[in-house]
Design a protein around this ligand. Structure first.
Ligand SMILES: C[S@@+](CC[C@H](N)C(=O)[O-])C[C@H]1O[C@@H](n2cnc3c(N)ncnc32)[C@H](O)[C@@H]1O
Length: 264
């Protein structure tokens, strides 16, 4: 393809409301195989589809994660879950280096969190999601046989019960009424199953917490992303599930994580 006019492309994207128009123009031009393909990509972006779904990938924790239309786009703030999980795994390995720790990415979407943990630690990884589009996408980012389809814990192989060292979970936590206030990119292009956490945002956290102690190994951890306003309720739910809890925040990432631990 002869070089596209990046200035014109950026002007088109800026007019459509893209804040980082120059960067996006370069990325879209790079992703397109010819002029026709570029026109299609630009049309999708101008129509409001998230850049990452148009490109087919997102940068996450130093990895390039495949994302598809209709699948939640992994957010940078979720890197806090990964960082916390890796820290806990580091401590665990110091205690027992004899076997690979079992890590589960529940509500995995594209599988970014699990992929990032597995990229930095020797683990036996499993991932699961209820949405067939997410499962398909995660199977591009993780070994396909390790990605399970189904509702929360029910999706996992039975023999993991009581053996899971760390669960990472970015489950839906947007209060139902707040979805209408989200940017159109999320509201219109990410499925409600990926966003809707029920009236106060913690319905899925309640279901995660209720069975966590059954699936975690003694001393195992559940590392859950939550919202600033949901954190107290997420803590209460994990505590009600017999886990000891603490909250980790990162101002730069605007991220809040609740860590629950099954007592030894
Ligand atoms: C906020 S998205 C996060 C996806 C991924 N963890 C990430 O951070 O990129 C929540 C995900 O939870 C999945 N999900 C919602 N309810 C679920 C359930 N009951 N069982 C399993 N997965 C569920 C959705 O399909 C969606 O992929």
């Amino acid at each position: 393809m002869t070089g596209p006019d990046l200035d014109a492309l950026a002007a088109t994207l800026r007019a459509a409301g893209c804040v980082f128009a120059e960067e996006e123009a370069a990325l879209l031009a790079d992703a397109a195989t010819d002029g026709g393909a570029l026109a299609d990509l630009v049309a999708r972006r101008v129509a409001g589809e998230p850049l990452e779904q148009v490109l087919g990938w997102v940068a996450f924790a130093g990895l390039r994660i495949a994302v598809e239309p209709g699948v939640f786009v992994p957010r940078r703030r979720s890197e806090l879950v990964v960082r916390e999980a890796l820290r806990l795994l580091g401590e665990g390995e110091a205690r027992d280096g004899a076997r690979r720790p079992v890590v589960v990415d529940l509500c995995c979407g594209a599988g970014a969190l699990g992929a990032a943990v597995a990229a930095s630690a020797e683990v036996e990884l499993h991932a699961a999601d209820v949405d067939p589009a997410a499962v398909r996408c995660a199977r591009r980012n993780l070994p396909a046989r390790t990605v399970h389809a189904g509702d929360l814990w029910d999706a996992l192989p039975r023999d993991l019960r009581g053996r899971v060292d760390v669960v990472v979970a970015n489950a839906p936590y947007v209060p139902t009424a707040a979805i209408a206030l989200m940017p159109p990119e999320a509201r219109d292009h990410e499925p409600a199953t990926a966003l809707d956490g029920g009236p106060d945002g913690t319905d899925v956290h309640a279901r995660l917490a209720a069975q966590a102690a059954e699936w975690l190994a003694p001393g195992g951890y559940l590392v859950v992303e939550t919202g600033r306003t949901q954190a107290a309720r997420t803590v209460a739910l994990l505590a009600a599930g017999a886990l000891s809890t603490r909250v980790v925040t990162d101002e730069d990432l605007d991220a809040t994580v609740v860590v629950g631990r099954r007592r030894v």
